[in-house]
Design a protein around this ligand. Structure first.
Ligand code: SAM
Length: 271
């Protein structure tokens, strides 16, 4: 193989999703850059691949880049993988890819699983235009602000979420986008407990609250975009409500947001 950085997708659950070309590439490179070397070693052991591993994660990527570019310059070929799915999609790697491209060395994809695209492919929501939002901020205030800014976005929205924040994020989405906005919650895709729930955000909040199993595992949340005719007053009212509700009781926040935006209070909050 000529000196190339191969960006290789790995499975998001089912090991059968590692493509034959991914396997061939991993077998053929001089070294594999991996987000978590222990995790990747297990994957490689399953397929009987024995190649040297180099740790490349968000804390050392900047420092490792020069050395990896040097190896490529010296004629070695490298692969980049993450713990699951496609590298660089809510995963490390863009600094390395940028530096390798800047050095004039080829970067070549070996495509495969990606949780966002897998979820979109089964959601049944408009998929001609979509916006990938990755993970929402962990802090409630910042999360609500981000959601408020997305309330009028007409494209289908895709979010990643973890088990310990799924309930809070769903509740905040229902507050920011309205209980009635249609959404799909895709959990544990390609794994034993794969489930895809489909319904209005208010309904999904309830189903996840009632069933602890629905709060376990890994999630992709896909939310219908705001209708092109979304009422600007309601969108503004929900943005204000999401901000005010951080500091005021919900009923007061809704009253003020309704007054300031001219939207009906009921459209802003369920109480
Ligand atoms: N690079 C990966 C990709 O291509 O999808 C994503 C990495 S990101 C750090 C991990 C997040 O992806 C999880 O928190 C979850 O939101 C989502 N995810 C990964 N695997 C999943 C699965 N099997 N089912 C549902 N969501 C998954």
């Amino acid at each position: 193989m000529p000196a190339t950085l191969h960006v290789v997708a790995t499975p998001i659950g089912h090991l059968g999703d590692l493509s034959p070309r991914a396997l061939e590439t991993l077998r053929g490179v001089d070294a594999i850059c991996a987000e978590d070397t222990r995790h990747t070693r297990q994957l490689l052991a399953h397929f009987g691949v024995e190649r040297p591993l180099v740790a490349l994660h968000q804390h050392n990527e900047e420092a490792q880049v020069a050395q990896l570019v040097e190896r490529l310059r010296a004629g070695q070929s490298l692969a980049l993988v993450s713990d699951a799915g496609t590298p660089l999609v809510s995963d490390p790697g863009y600094r390395l890819v940028r530096a390798v491209r800047a050095a004039g060395i080829p970067v070549s994809p070996v495509p495969g699983a990606c949780a966002a695209i897998a979820a979109l492919s089964v959601a049944g929501l408009a998929s001609d235009r979509f916006a990938f939002e990755g993970f929402l901020p962990a802090k409630a205030g910042a999360r609500r602000e981000r959601l408020a800014r997305l309330a009028a976005e007409p494209r289908t929205l895709i979010f990643y979420e973890s088990a310990h924040r799924i309930e809070a994020s769903l509740a905040d989405m229902a507050a920011a986008f309205g209980d009635d906005r249609h959404a799909v919650l895709a959990r544990e895709l390609t794994k034993l407990f794969e489930t895809v729930l489909d319904g209005a955000l208010g309904e999904l909040c309830q189903r996840v609250a009632e069933d602890p199993n629905q709060r376990k595992g890994e999630f992709v949340l896909i939310v219908d975009g705001a209708g092109e005719d979304a009422d600007a007053r309601i969108v503004e009212g929900r943005r204000l409500y999401a901000k005010l509700a951080d500091h005021l009781p919900p009923s007061t926040a809704a009253k003020l947001a309704a007054e300031l935006s001219g939207a009906p209070r009921k459209a802003l909050y369920g109480g």
